[in-house]
Design a protein around this ligand. Structure first.
Ligand code: GDP
Length: 440
């Protein structure tokens, strides 16, 4: 995500990050580079120019050159301004209605149907809501089927009326159905065209006027850069929507849409789509996004993801096992599965400060654990609980069974052994002992 922009900003801020003397000249030079990086990322020229002008003004106001750490202060100013440009604080969605009605708008292919599913899934799992999906695309029967497939995947009911050609009527019927059947949230997926046309705008405006949604969301493909901003403007004039959803941020986006959309339509980005799977949805936090753009990682999100998967009961059991020296490969497998649930590996690594840059050209396999899992699956239960019994002939058998080599099996056994020792030490108040070991 935003690799190019991050790279260029990193280069632009290099001097200021303490790699040279800071003078008025190189502050100006740096800001020019920052502006160029933004424009290259498809941020509108005027927005980029205003951006650097504001940073310069603040820098002058704070007497950056005289400050103790001028470089760090400049980077902070850029970060703050970037955060502000993307919207300041995170903004949630209104689910207070009964039922609460959420209307989706956007061009065809922007990711409306996928996002409708993700949002329903999010509201059901994280907010304990009972959502209903309503299919209002009367032009493409395949779109209605697609919503049904999505609904089946996440176990959310889909209301549709194939053959009915009036989307306003379907939306109304969907809401009535929700009321009669105790659904507390209704997500209305609408039709989109490949480009903005008057008929589509009139239709969505009619639906909007009739159902008076609590929340109207505009879904846009982040890969489309400034086009995304123009489409947003057109939809906003008609719908005065409440928030933006940026999809496909997992792809090779330049970043322009994420950075400029807020200042053009003055509406916050509420969620971002990070993949095709139903759980690939993130709340949009401008400050965390600014950190990521500036290559500072996003530790807060990483910790949150870890906490979501954290099971206290399991953790306690694990602790006991470690204390009793009973941590085996089955426990290890469970740990791997938990890490995998946190999300796509490259995405996770990108949240570690500094790692994004290093990983840019490395293809982090989503199946990074594939071999490890295969090896463990090829072990007998006895071998998993007592790895010591794994002798040469067992290693050969495990290698064969898992499609790996004896060398790979050896490597895993060695890593496992080291890890078990380390865990045991950390348990027994052995921080000191561990330090001693590390210093050897
Ligand atoms: P709609 O026409 O607006 O309803 O768009 P769809 O929901 O059908 O999405 C169009 C395509 O984009 C589909 O192939 C989706 O799988 C894909 N898509 C949607 N959201 C994302 C996302 O966040 N990341 C990626 N990589 N693909 C997405």
């Amino acid at each position: 995500m935003f690799d190019n922009l991050s790279d260029k900003l990193d280069k632009a801020l290099h001097i200021l990050k303490g790699h040279g003397q800071i003078t008025e000249v190189n502050v100006a030079e740096t800001l020019k580079e920052v502006r160029r990086a933004l424009v290259d990322a498809d941020v509108n020229y005027k927005i980029a120019k205003d951006f650097t002008a504001r940073v310069r003004e603040k820098a002058l106001g704070q007497d950056v050159l005289k400050s103790l750490k001028p470089g760090q202060l400049m980077v902070k100013l850029v970060k703050d301004e970037l955060t502000e440009l993307m919207g300041g604080d995170a903004v949630g969605i209104d689910t207070s209605g009964n039922p609460s009605v959420i209307l989706m708008s956007g061009l065809q292919g922007s990711g409306k149907t996928t996002f409708s599913g993700k949002l329903a899934n999010y509201l059901k799992d994280k907010k304990k809501k009972k959502p209903l999906l309503v299919a209002c695309d009367v032009y493409r029967p395949a779109a209605v089927d697609q919503l049904h497939v999505v609904g089946d995947q996440i176990n959310v009911e889909v209301f549709s009326d194939k053959g009915n050609t009036n989307p306003v009527a379907i939306a109304k019927a969907g809401i009535a159905y929700a009321k009669a059947n105790d659904f507390d949230t209704v997500i209305v997926d609408t039709a989109g065209r490949l480009a903005i046309d008057e008929m589509m705008m009139t239709e969505i405006a009619n639906i909007h006027k009739t159902i008076q949604p609590n929340e109207t969301l505009f879904v846009v493909d982040a890969m489309t850069g400034q086009d995304a901003v123009n489409t947003a403007k057109a939809f906003n004039e008609v719908l005065n929507f409440d928030g933006v959803i940026l999809t496909k941020l997992d792809g090779d986006t330049r970043g322009g849409a994420a950075i400029s959309i807020k200042s053009v339509v003055n509406k916050p980005i509420k969620f971002v789509g990070m993949g095709e799977k139903m759980d690939a949805l993130d709340v949009f936090y401008p400050s965390r996004m600014a950190d990521r753009i500036l290559g500072m990682g996003d530790v807060v999100s990483l910790v949150e993801r870890a906490q979501e998967q954290f099971d206290e009961e399991e953790a306690r059991k694990l602790q006991k096992k470690i204390a009793k020296n009973q941590f085996g490969f089955d426990d290890f497998l469970k740990q791997i599965q938990q890490v995998k649930k946190m999300g796509n590996m490259k995405d996770l690594m990108g949240m570690i400060p500094g790692a994004g840059k290093m990983l840019k050209n490395i293809d982090v396999d989503d199946d990074a654990f594939k071999h490890i899992e295969a090896i463990i699956h090829s072990m007998t239960p006895a071998e998993r609980t007592k790895p010591q019994i794994i002798n040469a002939s067992r290693k050969k058998r495990i290698g064969k069974g898992s499609g790996t080599s004896v060398q790979q099996v050896n490597q895993l056994l060695k890593q496992f052994d080291q890890m078990s020792k380390m865990m045991k030490m950390m348990q027994g108040g052995g921080g000191k002992r561990m330090m001693q070991m590390m210093n050897k």
